[in-house]
Ligand binder design. Structure first.
Ligand code: MGD
Ligand code: MGD
Ligand code: SF4
Ligand code: MO
Length: 887
């Protein structure tokens, strides 16, 4: 029987249809997109399509642990409760903190927030959404008086101009991107503009790409505001009826962006391109500005959000079909976290500590004995307070701050200093679990049950369809056990997520009377069955709007005191640290298509590692030439805060003097690849969101080293490697490494021999390229292949990995082939471009040479790009100068 659930990856929130295997412990027998889900109508991207293979089985945390010892849940939660109580008695409630995540479910979030803010008495409840959505939230609140996303996905299809700012949606919100691409193909008059210092896959559908100087977005939107006035397209009636503060805002825009020339110099783009953008803007009513981390992750991220919103208010382009300022959320439940108020500067249900009467109202609703009275500490301040010894018990849930917070060395100091670090996770070995005193095993996707809200305010069910493994339990349950042990049984006696959801819904409507945007009071009494069957629906959901609400602000009324929206005058600010002689490069960071965050799920799937298998730094060829850095060579990046060693990827898709590094690889996967270790803890003063898209670094090639790989059933990392990286393969893992000192090779040999004693080595040195290949056989079975060479491009091969990891005895000829590293007749596909059908770059190039000169023809010949379509931008890049549209 099939069942419906929601994808746990990005904020598009696609519906997924699964069938549970006959033996449920084997997972799902089938998994496809849910045709009926309004986010994706049946489609899934690469990550979604491979969900079946990224259920968390390996390295799963299966029992609670205290100080390294397995304990029962009762022991663990009693211990936590006792420690929290003691620390609160001695040092007050603010000595405790929760650090949560946009990947827990709304029900988990709700009880964590309630326990801390109502019962322990601290607002130290922050989340990784601080690193993600905090600036967008403050931007909306300043403008609208509420944290309301006005638009929906249909608006992206119905608009005539889509401005994508700091978003690489082709890789990060792939299904939405495909919906946009399809809409544009149908209506070629629809224009797409991409504003991003990098030329990304998203530019594939762009009519105009502005490769702006990093951090300079505010000037572009101030320019559009000034141009709206100059070109007579401001909407005087709307401004008068529905807004405050236009004149001062316009004046400041005119001051900072007086003309195209000034803005052109400031942003590093041509006057012609700016004029073109201004003309499209001025002549297109149906305009959506779609923005993401290139805007939010900035020390002036809030201002950038408001610069965008200002333009929409001035032209009245909000609250109608095909228009509006649309901040896209990253995580599957970043929005749900905002709904429950799970940020340190929120109280609950879209109420703040400063909202009149809110503290008293929530206190009454919760019957709470210890209400927090003021804002708690935001993520960066929270970890500073941990290091300073002010926070003594820290409960981290569903996030990996040793990788994702800036200045991870500071995070390490804080975690080491902290008296009690509790980590709830599904995995046992992460960069953060390494510092935990207490580990609590959580349910991963497919086992956990509850609701999430996607980027268009749509609440969907994630269903618990597979049996829980080991002792793993839901996060809400663990929190309630601790609350109960602290003496708060009655307030936390929920039997199920359904109970929690009802209470959450009731609070949203409690004495609301239309004052607060977030209202799902229609669900206050939802039956168990109706909750189980809940169909995706957009909030608000009230008696007046029982079918949900597609679009907000259709009547031009906002949630400020006078119901008018606020213009916010924006001064154009620079990123806080500029490059100089010592740190000449600007470091930009972000995502790649097939990996999710810190790789705790996607990192184990060979199929998802084939697109990009190692951490890298993207460098402009000019800079690489000046520093004598070759493609794939190892490069050392240094900053005042840390160091990373990464493969160079030469590419003119980054601007000169700018480098880009992906955020995904952790200390579990590679020697020194955590890019956040290079980034200072500089934040936006209003939102507390870190400037994760802008740091300054130096680069040096790593020289005089040999590169190698090891394919073996027993992979060991030995002292002395300059670099190593684990790469999952179809048959196990491959270790790539680099070294200077031959001693570490001797040690590696010893380790391999110790793992399977009694074998023999065969060695072959290729006279042409000086590759040295050593194969270790035990009774004719290859146990390890070790290749080393002086150059960085390693000849990895699927065939070779299969030979070694299948552990079968080989014939003399096969042994020889292995030593030479080449099967007769084996095909080398090159880097995999299409993950769904495993089509490689070399195959595509061959097909192009033989006349398949379009995406469609290549799809017919090789199937590439015909399933999820995420690789179409890359396929197009392989095609020589052919302009075509995606259908
Ligand atoms: N494959 C994949 N998809 C994901 C995720 C993932 O881990 N993997 N994570 C999800 C999450 S949580 C999030 S928050 C989203 C993030 O989604 P996005 O924001 O689309 O992703 P990023 O790659 O972080 O950054 C977007 C772009 O901002 C650009 N940028 C950098 N500086 C500037 C600037 O000053 N101005 C402008 N205009 N642009 C700039 C970068 O070059 C980058 O291309 O993705 C979600 N989707
Ligand atoms: N330099 C730089 N830094 C960044 C960013 C950037 O662009 N550049 N982006 C930032 C953004 S937008 C984000 S969202 C963050 C993401 O960064 P993180 O939140 O640190 O990354 P994840 O890998 O998603 O961490 C989730 C953890 O929770 C576990 N987990 C999964 N499901 C559950 C569950 O249901 N319960 C529990 N208890 N655990 C679970 C996973 O195993 C994993 O260890 O990174 C931020 N950091
Ligand atoms: S776009 Fe992909 S990752 Fe995002 S929700 Fe849909 S299937 Fe999941
Ligand atoms: Mo995010």
């Amino acid at each position: 029987m099939s069942a419906l659930t929601t994808c746990p990856y990005c904020g598009v929130g696609c519906g997924v249809k699964v069938s549970v295997a006959e033996q449920p412990e084997n997972g799902f027998s089938s998994l496809t997109g849910d045709d009926s889900h309004p986010a994706n109508f049946g489609r899934l991207c690469v990550k979604g399509s491979n969900l079946k293979d990224t259920l968390v089985h390996e390295d799963r945390l299966l029992t609670p642990r205290v100080d390294g010892q397995d304990v029962s849940w009762q022991e663990a939660t009693d211990y936590i409760a006792e420690r929290i109580q003691r620390v609160v008695e001695q040092h007050g409630p603010d000595a405790f903190a929760f650090y949560l995540s946009g990947q827990i479910l709304t029900e988990d979030y709700y009880v964590a927030n309630k326990l801390a803010k109502g019962f322990i008495g601290t607002a130290n409840v922050d989340t990784n959404s601080r690193l993600c959505m905090a600036s967008a939230v403050v931007g909306y609140k300043r403008a609208f008086g509420s944290d309301t996303v006005p638009c929906n996905y249909e608006d992206l299809e119905k608009c005539d101009l889509l401005i994508m700012v700091g978003s690489n949606a082709a890789w990060t919100h792939p299904i939405l991107f495909q919906r946009i691409a399809a809409a544009k193909a149908k209506r070629p008059k629809m224009k797409v503009v991409v504003i991003d210092p990098r030329k990304t896959a998203t530019c594939d559908i762009a009519d105009l790409h502005l490769a702006i100087r990093p951090g300079s977005d505010a000037a572009i939107f101030n320019f559009l505001l000034a141009e709206s006035e100059r070109r007579f397209v401001t909407n005087g009636e709307y401004i008068k009826q529905h807004t405050n503060g236009f004149d001062a805002t316009l004046a400041s825009a005119q001051r900072s962006a007086p003309n195209a020339k000034t803005v052109s110099v400031h942003c590093g783009v041509s006057e012609e391109d700016l004029e073109r953008l201004a003309t499209w803007w001025a002549t297109t009513d149906k305009t959506v500005s779609f923005y993401s981390q290139g805007v939010n992750q900035s020390s002036s991220g809030v201002d950038k959000c408001n610069a965008i919103i200002n333009c929409h208010l001035a032209t009245g382009r909000i609250g109608q079909e095909g228009m509006g300022p649309f901040s896209i959320t990253g995580q599957p439940n970043a929005m749900g976290g905002r709904e429950v108020g799970g940020l340190a500067n929120q109280l609950a249900a879209h109420m703040d500590f400063a909202t009149p009467n809110a503290i008293e109202l929530v206190q009454r609703f919760w019957q709470a004995p210890n209400m927090a009275q003021e804002n708690g500490l935001k993520a960066i301040d929270m970890f500073q307070a941990v290091e300073q010894g002010k926070i003594k018990v820290l409960w981290i849930m569903s996030t990996n701050p040793m990788v994702s917070l800036p200045d991870t060395e500071q995070v390490r100091r804080a975690l080491e200093k902290c008296e009690l670090v509790i980590v709830s996770d599904c995995k046992q070995s992460t960069d953060t679990t390494a510092y935990a005193d207490v580990l609590l095993p959580a349910l991963p996707w497919s086992e956990k049950d509850g609701t999430v809200t996607n980027s268009e305010r749509r609440i969907s069910r994630q269903r618990g369809l597979l049996p829980a493994r080991g002792e793993a339990k839901a996060d809400w349950w663990a929190i309630c056990q601790v609350a109960g042990a602290m003496g708060y049984q009655s307030a936390f006696s929920y039997r199920s997520v359904h109970d929690i959801f009802r209470e959450h819904a009731a609070l949203s409507g409690f004495e609301n009377h239309g004052k607060r945007d977030f209202d799902i009071s229609l669900f206050s009494n939802i039956s168990e069955q109706a909750y189980q069957d809940l169909l995706p629906i957009q909030w608000p959901v009230t008696k007046e709007s029982p079918n949900g609400t597609a679009r907000m602000f259709t009547d031009g009324r906002f949630f400020t005191a006078d119901r008018k929206a606020n213009f916010i005058p924006i001064d154009v600010k620079e990123p806080q640290i500029a490059p100089d002689e010592d740190w000449p490069f600007v470091l930009n960071t972000g995502r790649v298509r097939d990996q999710w965050h810190t790789m705790t799920r996607t990192g184990d799937a060979a199929i998802l590692s084939r697109h990009i298998d190692q951490p890298y730094v993207e460098i402009h060829p000019q800079d690489a030439a000046a520093l004598s850095i070759a493609d794939h060579q190892l490069v050392r990046l240094t900053s005042l805060y840390g160091e990373a060693v990464l493969r160079a990827k030469l590419s003119d898709q980054v601007l000169p003097k700018n480098v880009f590094v992906p955020i995904h690889w952790t200390r579990q996967f590679a020697s020194q690849s955590v890019v956040s270790s290079l980034i200072p803890q500089i934040v936006d003063a209003l939102s507390g969101q870190p400037e994760s898209k802008h740091a300054v670094v130096n680069l040096q090639p790593v020289e005089n080293i040999r590169y190698g790989y090891l394919v073996s059933t027993a992979l060991e990392i030995v002292e002395g490697f300059e670099y190593w990286c684990r790469v999952p393969t179809d048959f196990g893992e491959r270790l790539e490494f680099a070294y200077q000192d031959e001693l570490c090779m001797a040690e590696l040999n010893l380790v391999i021999e110790a793992a399977s004693p009694g074998g023999e080595w065969l060695e072959y040195e290729n006279p042409i390229n000086q590759h040295v290949r050593r194969v270790y056989f035990v009774d004719g079975v290859p146990k390890a292949v070790l290749l080393t060479q002086a150059t960085p491009n390693l000849p990895v091969s699927n065939w070779l990995e299969e030979q070694v990891l299948q552990c079968e005895a080989l014939t003399a000829n096969e042994r020889l082939a292995l030593l030479v590293g080449r099967a007769s007749g084996a095909v080398d596909k090159g880097a995999i471009v299409c993950s769904c059908f495993q089509v490689g770059e070399k195959q595509i190039l061959q097909a192009i040479e033989s006349g398949q000169d379009s995406v469609a023809k290549l799809g017919e010949a090789l199937q590439c790009g015909t399933n999820c379509g995420s690789c179409i931008p890359e396929i197009k890049q392989l095609l020589p100068n052919i302009v075509e549209v995606v259908s």
